[in-house]
Ligand binder design. Structure first.
Ligand code: BGC
Length: 391
């Protein structure tokens, strides 16, 4: 095999080289923010738990640190945002993204999509099929009658080529081959994680294809702004700049209608706690059960936050920015304590929330929704920013 500069950089530039600190991370066993010990300073997991070979490819942990002391870890396995440590008011680092100490943890919890890069199609495609240019493409149904988050393996289970560009940036690339998971076209995909000096995690997506296809990439981080393992997120406050949402059927596929949030539990136009209306008597809430819905964001650009969430105990505030038209707000309704996350806590019911920026679910089958079609010659480009401050 011929080793090019690109190959070499993928092999020798991971966290340990560019960010020396990551080589000497204390073992995560000693330094967790847990329910039992909320005074401990959180730390990133040890890089060694991520040094593996999967599908014949090397995996690593890439560490990003900024001038304000914020730290982020990303793996090229599944493009996972493995960990994000955010300073609270007192400057203590709080671990705000749920995850595991090693790759095995992420592999075991694969269908829960912890921190993963989701593709080729984030969210659901009804009845596991869609039609493009008159041809029907059957997909793997991994969510009842539907396809969820890319299908059987998804981008969350593949090994990406990773390259640490600088101490605050890592770039992941993946070639999804023609007909992989049933989707047409060789899709060249690039995801860049960049940690800014104002405590923002900027995730940029890019893709090109050689055949007409559909694409909808997102990130599936589970946030708990009081700290992972610190209990439910029901007392977090949330504001979402969306006057409408897309109601769903009982399999969580949009009906195709846009419904005003006004007068419903889905009205987050002014801040309220997640718990306030999460269990009210409402058919859409029952389908969730809870919030598991796409919010049709009001007109916005990448410079204006579309959502703001505040941890009631930590005072950590997260703003979400995106150029996408939709936001899936998911309140961990299917979390059932099946996985043991870092710090030894169980991933119990509603102990985290996700805010997945996206085109609308099932857009390939719903002509009224903004198109997710990508054609040869076009460049798919989108961005999501999770920015952290304290209140
Ligand atoms: C979906 C949920 C699903 C979860 C899995 C979310 O994006 O909307 O229905 O259970 O992903 O982690």
């Amino acid at each position: 095999m011929h080793l090019t500069i690109k190959h070499l950089s993928a092999i020798i530039l991971p966290a340990c080289i560019l960010s020396l600190a990551s080589c000497s991370q204390p073992s995560s066993k000693n330094s967790k923010t847990t329910m039992a010990d909320t005074t401990a300073q959180a730390a990133l997991p040890a890089a060694s738990g991520f040094e593996k070979t999967i599908d014949g490819k090397p995996t690593h942990l890439y560490v990003l640190k900024n001038k304000k002391g914020m730290e982020v870890a990303v793996s090229n396995y599944g493009g996972h945002l493995v960990s994000a440590l955010v300073p609270d008011k007192a400057g203590k680092l709080i671990s705000v993204v749920l995850g595991f100490d090693n790759i095995e943890g992420f592999q075991k919890a694969a269908s829960s999509y912890y921190g993963a890069t989701i593709g080729r199609y984030g969210n659901r495609i009804a009845k596991g099929k869609f039609t493009l240019d008159g041809k029907e493409y059957p997909l793997f149904k991994n969510d009842g009658p539907n396809t969820l988050h890319g299908g059987k393996k998804g981008f969350n289970n593949v090994v990406w080529d990773g390259k640490q560009v600088d101490p605050q940036t890592v770039q992941l690339t993946y070639l999804s081959k023609d007909m992989e998971e049933g989707f047409p076209g060789n899709l060249k995909t690039k995801v860049t994680y960049h940690l800014t000096d104002d405590n923002a995690i900027q995730i940029s997506y890019e893709a090109t294809t050689d055949k007409t296809t559909v694409v909808n990439l997102t990130n599936h981080s589970y946030f708990n702004l009081n700290g992972e393992g610190s209990g439910t997120i029901l007392d977090h406050t949330v504001q979402i700049d969306a006057d409408n949402f897309t109601p769903v059927d009982k399999t969580l596929i949009p009906t195709g209608k846009l419904e005003p949030v006004k007068g419903t539990p889905f009205d987050f136009t002014t801040a309220k706690t997640i718990g306030k209306d999460i269990d009210v008597d409402n058919q859409q809430i029952k389908y969730g059960p809870g919030y598991d819905h796409n919010f049709a964001l009001n007109k916005h650009d990448i410079n204006t936050p579309v959502a703001t969430v505040t941890g009631d105990k930590s005072g950590i505030e997260m703003q979400v920015y995106t150029d996408e038209p939709g936001l899936q707000f998911y309140t961990g309704n299917f979390m059932a304590g099946k996985n043991t996350i870092r710090g030894g806590q169980k991933d119990d019911h509603r102990t985290a929330f996700a805010m997945e920026t996206q085109h609308f679910p099932d857009a390939p089958n719903q002509p009224a929704f903004a198109s997710t079609i990508l054609k040869p010659g076009q460049v798919y480009k989108t961005q999501t920013i999770y920015k952290f401050t304290t209140k």
